[in-house]
Design a protein. Structure first.
Length: 253
């Protein structure tokens, strides 16, 4: 009898348990939700710029590889042409820029001339320093025409000879086209299409005008700086402000 009573009690307890409504858990309050959203926003504000810098660092590394390859091509060109640097402008009648006209035989593949961070309408991602050789059409040396940089007349109708470069480890041969692009668009008001087609050559200026012409923070494509090729063949990244000193652009002094 006791055993039967015990079984009945157990069954009643089970039925009561099954019939009970589960207790509701308390949800988030509005204040708690706002706090969580604020924390997520703060973390995003901190992390997104970090991710952007890391991504740009990867692009800068790829760009630096391009610059080094172009430096090797220039060295090969000099070996074939009695130690002269290539011209810096277009060849007529094909209208080829200095890269296509002089370095293409030494570099297989057009993408080498394209910086991963360059704008879509840019003709080329890198600008050749005028001081090493700038030509208009098919004009050649002997005209007596040039541009004075660092108190020395640099010929603009021929490539200079390697032995004429005074400080090859300090003198920039090639830089990123952004340096000239922002001068064309910000200072001269050129459209993106026009500016993008005129980036093959960089024109250095004297100390009085260098910063006013070319100091635009946007030109620092790779985290505030850009990659440069030096006359001795090495390449490295420099902050945009460090590129305003004019003597590093003078092939001869």
């Amino acid at each position: 009898m006791d055993m039967g009573h015990t079984k009945i009690s157990i069954l009643r307890s089970i039925m009561m348990t099954i019939g009970q409504t589960p207790r509701r858990t308390r949800g988030f309050t509005l204040i708690e939700l706002l706090v969580v959203i604020a924390i997520i926003s703060i973390l995003a504000a901190i992390l997104f710029p970090v991710f952007a810098r890391v991504r740009e660092k990867a692009r800068a590394t790829s760009c630096l590889s391009n610059v080094k390859q172009m430096g090797l091509a220039i060295e090969q060109y000099k070996q074939d042409y009695d130690s002269y640097y290539p011209f810096g402008w277009k060849l007529l009648p094909e209208e080829q820029n200095w890269y296509d006209g002089f370095l293409a035989p030494y570099i297989k593949g057009k993408p080498v001339s394209n910086c991963p961070s360059m704008r879509e309408k840019w003709q080329i991602g890198y600008s050749y320093n005028q001081a090493f050789g700038y030509t208009l059409g098919d004009a050649r040396a002997g005209t007596g025409v040039g541009v004075t940089l660092c108190s020395v007349l640099h010929p603009i109708y021929d490539g200079i000879k390697e032995s004429a470069v005074v400080e090859p480890a300090r003198t920039i041969t090639l830089t990123e086209a952004a340096l000239y692009y922002y001068y064309l668009t910000k200072n001269l008001g050129r459209t993106e299409d026009v500016a993008g087609s005129q980036l093959t050559v960089f024109f250095p200026k004297n100390a009085a005008t260098m910063k006013s012409y070319y100091y635009h923070q946007e030109a620092g494509l790779h985290n505030g700086g850009m990659n440069n090729l030096y006359a001795d063949g090495h390449a490295k990244w420099q902050k945009i402000e460090n590129l305003m000193e004019p003597t590093q652009w003078c092939a001869m002094r």
